[in-house]
Design a protein around this ligand. Sequence first.
Ligand code: HEC
Ligand code: HEC
Length: 493
Amino acid sequence: MIMQYYLTMLVCVLLLLTGCDNNSSPQVDAHIPTNSSAPVLRSGMDVALGQLIQRQQLTGDPLKGRELPAIGAPLAQLGMQLFFSKTLSGNLDVACASCHHPLLGGGDNLSLSIGVDAEDPDVLGHKRLLQGNRSPGVPRNAPTTFNIGLWQHFMFHDGRVEKTSSGIHTPDVAYPDTDPNAGGNLVQAQARFPVTSNHEMRGESFDAGGTPQSCREPLAERLGGYGKTGTPLEARESARWLAAFREAYGKPDAAASELITEQNISAALAEYERSQVFLNNPWKSYVEGKLDAISSQAKQGALLFFRNHDEGGFACASCHSGDFFTDEQFRNVLMPPIGPGNGKPDKDAQQDYGRWQVTGKPEDKFRFRTPTLLNVEVTGPWGHNGAYTSLGNMVEHMLNPFQSALHYNTAQLKQPNIQTGQYQQNLREMLGENTDIAGHSYKQEDVQNLVAFLQTLTDPCVTSQICMSKWIPPEDHGRQDSQGLQLNARFAP
Ligand code: HEC
Ligand code: HEC
């Protein structure tokens, strides 16, 4: 006991932690079940972190009783087939999984996504290239679909799909009206949009010049082999989909035109996506009382993350708050302006005005949604346009955004031909607006500690091919898939 006491005091003195006081005898954590092996000594760092965890009201469990579907549920299974099928794209060449693959952190490992016109549509990862070595047309980084069912208010980097007390707003209606066709939840509302985007899935020729809705309906008709949409699938393929929809919706006799609708397609996609719950990370175990679940370096990083500036920390949790590590608010944090930009209001500007494009409010210029940090280790490149290709560089940006944007090194971009020509002028324009974050001086050690902390937010399932296989349809599905329209991704080494 005496030894332990001196050990604790030594740790306290070394770390100069405020949480250690003179009568702190070694504490054994109360949450540890009595049948667990040797109790773990609570260090000064644990005491300080315990106080911060309390102050932030963290439980480690962002689900908080919310019910999300299991991957085995019939609708989620149908959604998985759809998510991996190229039939939802105009030219039968892109699936949702082309940009949101479970083995790539629910994203695509690219700074800026490549949908239509890929050199080889089945190649994913950093070797996925556009035909003719063109510059990317998709202006933003594909966010992860992992834990997507936990967002309460917004989808997309600019929140253009939004849930309010009166319903769900989407880009199909004027802001902030609600869209009567949005579907039952935010994820379904979002799932109706990628198929309407020329660069992502539609291409230039399918339903050319149409509206979003005039694109969704023929896609559904083509899948179900009804209606008069051109280039129909083989009858065998449509029959297979009809059987799958009948089973998932429990309507064995329903006709294709009744079952294979854009609403039922997006509802199934959403159930599959919402089943991607990956929360069992070491940090959660730590918050629940398993003191040795994370390293002491990660604990140092956590202290920096949660402490305020006057306590020697960086107050990251002032925006990345709660167990989901986001306040779902929009901020201008000076992300380096790379890529083609969003085309509004000037398509040649290569500038992305973020939230402002949705609300038109001047203060929203260059604001983007605070991302969750769960599984952040596997969801790079980082930032709304994938400007940072290492987590360390991304963290350095958050520590001192102005310096980092000013000295941004485009050589870190692994993808060829990303537009950077108007960088300086675009950055100047960004600096002329309100920024929502100040810079701080920091040490390299702080960066390493913060990265070590962020790595504790990774659920081991997401790095295990075996664990993830439940979310990937078996390749031999292809045997029934007569037209080879299931995406069986190839990952370049
Ligand atoms: C070409 C690549 C590409 C394809 C194909 C694609 N997405 Fe995405 N996805 C993106 C990008 C890029 C964004 C971010 C766009 C933005 O915020 O403006 C995004 C955003 C999302 C989001 C919002 C995530 C969040 O955190 O708000 C979800 C969910 C999603 N996609 C699901 C899907 C589904 C379902 C499909 C198929 C119907 C699909 N995506 C097809 C690239 C793609
Ligand atoms: C003022 C609010 C705010 C603070 C404080 C803040 N962040 Fe962020 N963070 C954001 C926003 C907003 C983004 C997304 C910006 C974008 O994409 O344009 C972001 C992006 C990130 C990303 C990239 C995530 C991804 O999926 O691309 C990481 C990692 C990150 N922040 C870590 C941190 C760390 C570590 C700290 C503390 C040193 C911190 N943040 C402080 C708002 C904040």
